[in-house]
Design a protein around this ligand. Structure first.
Ligand code: SF4
Ligand code: MG
Length: 327
């Protein structure tokens, strides 16, 4: 396995108390595999990814337990300079907002080239040639002419391609993409997602795709982990989740996907808001919003029940997963 997150716990110390942002998360992704991590904002999906990358702001964020095993090594036991070597070279991250992630006063050629000059000791000229090659790779038209342009001279979609090129530069084993297409309009979203999926296959990388939108992952993910209030509440191969969700929260997310044939109709949206992490509800954290909630849900926290064993394990943290699956 390329990456295994085991029983990860992350806390944030705030003036009002301790927020449990990640509460015992387990997931894994292998080379050539795409794991989609799904959830509303505040579910812990980004925080988990930042812990994997080693970019969790400390303080106030603090990893209080668990392991992050990458290529057989627990990253949490490494020193910061060892982490830094892995970051960029072996794992890279793509963020939602390219404009604030790219340096506005450097040309894209200089920014891409810098990767090769710093990490590979290349000359300016060779690094520039590599930058053009990468821009071709992510299908930016007229790369040779545009390599000397600044980020603001590119469209949102093209900037996101530049971000992908930056992430790919050193041919990492793992890419984490956090809402990589959220800021783009729908057609461009699909193009960027297709490109990412294609490059992921070509380079045989592991890909963790973080999103709040179940609609964008159907065609690209192998498996899905759904997060709620810092926990994984359902984990399954992608086609099985679309066929029949085993958790009411996943069902709500599925029913919130806009469908062309329902244009104009009001979308089902999960009622209520995600919980305040300083005061996670007792029992099942989803119970205040759950249409299937029973008394037991208000008192007993559901374990992650095994729904199916093989070939790919499937699990749900719902006392009534069978009812949900067959209902
Ligand atoms: Fe809903 Fe209860 Fe299942 Fe939680 S455990 S998702 S409240 S039915
Ligand atoms: Mg986020």
């Amino acid at each position: 396995m390329l990456l295994e997150v085991r029983d990860l716990h992350v806390e944030f110390h705030t003036r009002d108390g301790v927020a449990k942002a990640v509460n015992g998360v387990n997931y894994a992704v292998d080379a050539g595999e795409t794991l989609a991590v799904l959830g509303e904002s505040g579910s812990g999906k980004s925080v988990t990814a930042q812990a994997v990358m080693g970019i969790l702001d400390i303080p106030p964020g603090r990893i209080t337990g668990g392991e992050i095993v990458f290529q057989g090594q627990d990253l949490l036991t490494l020193k910061e300079d060892e982490r830094r070597k892995i970051r960029g070279a072996k794992m890279a991250m793509i963020f939602q907002d390219a404009l604030s992630s790219l340096n506005p006063v450097l040309t894209v050629g200089d920014q891409l080239g810098e990767m090769f000059r710093v990490h590979r000791g290349m000359s300016r000229k060779d690094a520039r040639a590599k930058a053009v090659e990468l821009m071709d790779r992510v299908r930016i038209p007229a790369a040779k002419e545009r390599v000397g342009q600044y980020p603001h001279q590119f469209s949102g979609g093209m900037r996101q391609r530049i971000m992908i090129a930056m992430a790919l530069a050193l041919e990492p084993e793992l890419i984490i993409a956090d809402e990589p297409t959220t800021a783009l309009d729908v057609t461009v979203q699909a193009q960027v997602m297709d490109l990412l999926a294609e490059l992921q296959r070509e380079y045989n990388m592991g890909l963790i795709l973080i999103t709040h939108d179940l609609g964008v992952v159907a065609d690209v993910a192998d498996k899905i982990a759904v997060m709620y209030a810092g926990r994984i509440v359902e984990q399954a191969p992608v086609h099985e989740i679309y066929k029949a969700p085993a958790h009411p929260y996943t069902r709500g997310l599925l029913e919130s996907i806009p469908r062309l044939d329902q244009k104009g109709q009001e979308l089902y949206a999960i009622k209520g808001l995600p919980p305040n992490l300083l005061a996670i509800p007792p029992g099942c954290a989803f119970h205040p919003r759950c249409p299937l909630a029973q008394d037991v849900c208000r008192t007993d926290e559901p374990p992650l029940y095994e729904v199916t064993e093989s070939p790919v394990p499937r699990s749900s943290a719902c006392h009534f997963w069978k009812e949900c699956l067959h209902g």
